[in-house]
Write a protein that binds this ligand. Structure first.
Ligand code: GDP
Ligand code: IMO
Ligand code: MG
Length: 418
């Protein structure tokens, strides 16, 4: 086994922390960028010299022409959406690889997702409606289909028709349409034609890259608080979003992982439903939304906004073994008179400093910091106003982790590396 290790990037909050920007930033010095979990529920916006790219499934390393990009087995892949996303780029051949073991997310998964959400009524999760839960559900129930099966569309059509036959009553009760055999076959042939040149055993590819001393970056999607096990269940996504997911989602060992960079916003957002103790329902929450343009990349939904949650952050730092944090969107706090940080929760009359089984009734205990005028566009730590530097030091102390990167605008270059 080689001593070469892969660097990992992981979201520490409820997603949308700005992972795409840092992956793109770090991809400039990496040979491989690998996605290991999630699907096109992810939305990563990257700005390079003023031009904006929206990525969902293609790894954010695609903007570095020299980097190879891997979609690992832990991902659920919607061929139709993937093919659409590929159109943004030319000459992907030879620098994009899709695992034959990734699971297929097909149009009926999205229909089931939306039907379930409708049936949940007031307890809806607020999913992206992309079919993520049903696709992972089928995988775990061992009735899913893998990307490798696209090599024989005739056989795959038959298998999926069998699956429909087995589930017909459920599909009918939910009002989910079953495509005809001819229609399904036609679609699968189309997917095969577009994707076949990219499908391979990506586990072998990553092993080889590790052995050859290549610099590898593992790109997480979603965030720790959306993790299927460690997030705010059931208001989570259906994958292992934390660092451990990189091992199973690519086929590598824990010892293959090197530096872990955790991505966190200088405040907090969440899309969809579920507990969010430091949410701000007032004017300041709205101001965070306006300043931070907090509207989803994938669904356009307004994101719920609130304050940095140091309790949830400590939980995330521990679970992921974070070596350094990249603190994003510090500029969004520019001009606030006061900045709050959630330092503990009050739960059933008690003050606690950990994430409990159920966050629903946890109330935030805040510490208030003085604000600053402007840090937008700063490219060195010294350029930051003293209050911003003090805010960062206080966060480091509360979380017990170094903040090694600070981001002060969406642009690739407005990034401070300490
Ligand atoms: P991801 O899902 O974690 O990759 O994050 P998203 O791309 O969904 O959301 C982050 C948004 O914040 C994107 O629109 C980025 O362009 C933007 N962004 C990233 N870093 C900064 C920053 O430091 N300041 C500001 N103002 N915007 C940023
Ligand atoms: P990135 O990679 C923010 C949320 C959805 C919903 C819950 C379940 O851009 O950070 P799903 O469709 O996955 O079944 O929805 O998870 N969610 C995200 N929120 N960023 C994401 O990805 C998300 N991916 C899923 O809003 O609350
Ligand atoms: Mg996003």
């Amino acid at each position: 086994m080689s001593n070469n290790r892969a660097d990992l990037i992981v979201g520490l909050q409820w997603g949308d922390e700005g992972k795409g920007k840092i992956v793109d930033h770090m991809a400039q010095t990496h040979d491989y960028v690998c996605r290991f979990a999630g699907g096109h529920n992810a939305g990563h916006t990257i700005v390079v010299e003023g031009k904006k790219y929206a990525l969902h499934l293609i790894p954010s390393g695609v903007l570095n022409p020299d980097a190879k990009n891997i979609v690992g087995n832990g991902v659920v892949l919607s061929p139709a959406d993937f093919i659409e996303e590929m159109r943004q780029f030319e000459d992907l051949e030879g620098r994009l690889f899709i695992s034959d073991k990734a699971h297929l997310l097909l149009p009926y998964h999205a229909e089931i997702d939306r039907a379930r959400e409708r049936l949940r009524g007031g307890r809806a999760i607020g999913t992206t409606g992309k079919g993520i839960g049903p696709a992972y559900g089928d995988k775990v129930a061992r009735v899913g289909h893998r990307v490798g099966e696209l090599s024989d569309p005739r056989k795959l059509t038959r298998r999926i028709m069998d699956y429909f036959a087995m589930n017909r009553p459920v599909f009918e009760a939910m009002g989910v349409a079953i495509p005809s055999e001819t229609e399904l076959y036609r679609q699968l042939v189309e997917y095969k034609e577009a994707l076949e040149p990219f499908i391979t055993d990506t586990t072998l590819l990553v092993w080889k890259a590790l052995e050859e001393g290549k610099r590898i970056l593992l790109e997480g999607a979603q965030g720790t608080m959306l993790d299927i096990d460690h997030g705010t269940y059931p208001f989570v996504t259906s994958s292992t979003t934390v660092a451990a997911g990189a091992c199973s989602g690519l086929g590598i060992a824990p010892r293959d992982i090197g530096t872990v960079t955790g991505i966190a916003k200088a405040y907090c957002t969440r899309v969809g439903n579920g507990p969010f103790p430091s949410e701000d329902f007032g004017e300041e929450g709205q101001r965070l939304r306006d300043n931070g343009h907090e509207y989803g990349t994938t669904t356009g939904r307004p994101r719920r906004c609130g304050w940095f949650d140091a309790v949830a952050m400590r939980h995330a730092v521990r679970i992921n073994g974070v070596d350094r944090i990249a603190l994003m969107k510090l500029d969004v706090l520019d001009g606030f008179e006061e900045i709050k940080v959630c330092v503990a929760y009050r739960l059933h009359g008690e003050e606690i400093d950990y994430v409990p089984y159920d966050l629903e009734e946890a109330e935030p205990v805040y510490r208030v910091f003085p604000g600053w005028k402007r840090c937008a566009g700063a490219r060195s730590f010294e350029e930051l106003p003293v209050q911003a530097r003090e805010y960062i030091s206080a966060l480091e102390e509360m979380i017990g982790c170094r903040i090694g990167i600070i981001s002060t605008s969406p642009d690739r270059d407005d990034t401070i590396v300490r």
